[in-house]
Design a protein around this ligand. Structure first.
Ligand SMILES: [Zn+2]
Length: 102
């Protein structure tokens, strides 16, 4: 198979067709699930074992999750900085209004 495939569960065959999930009935791989091009079964169309695809999918999700965790921490830091800025602004406004009242 000389197709460029991303990791994980294949949603689409390079031909543009959606994939389907089927179960192997061969002697070599009885009961093993696989993804296949939903239109054409053959060369240049997608074939991928589901167990391998799922392992890749989980690995890709783990990477995504740690990226999201890092982004959440960055946002939390930003919010803390903004809270400090707001506290300062409130103090300045309070000081100014005290001066104005005098
Ligand atoms: Zn196809």
């Amino acid at each position: 198979m000389a197709m460029e495939l991303g990791p994980g569960i294949p949603r689409m065959c390079p031909c543009g067709a959606l994939t389907i999930l089927l179960t192997s009935k061969t002697k070599e791989n009885p009961g093993r699930r696989f993804y296949r091009c939903g239109v054409v079964f053959g060369e240049n169309h997608l074939f991928k074992w589901a167990d391998e695809a799922l392992v890749e999918e989980i690995e890709a999700l783990a990477v995504k999750q740690s990226t999201i965790e890092n982004e959440i921490n960055e946002v939390k830091d930003l919010i803390l900085d903004m809270k400090k800025d707001i506290t300062e602004i409130v103090e300045v406004v309070a000081a100014l209004s005290t001066k104005l009242r005098k």
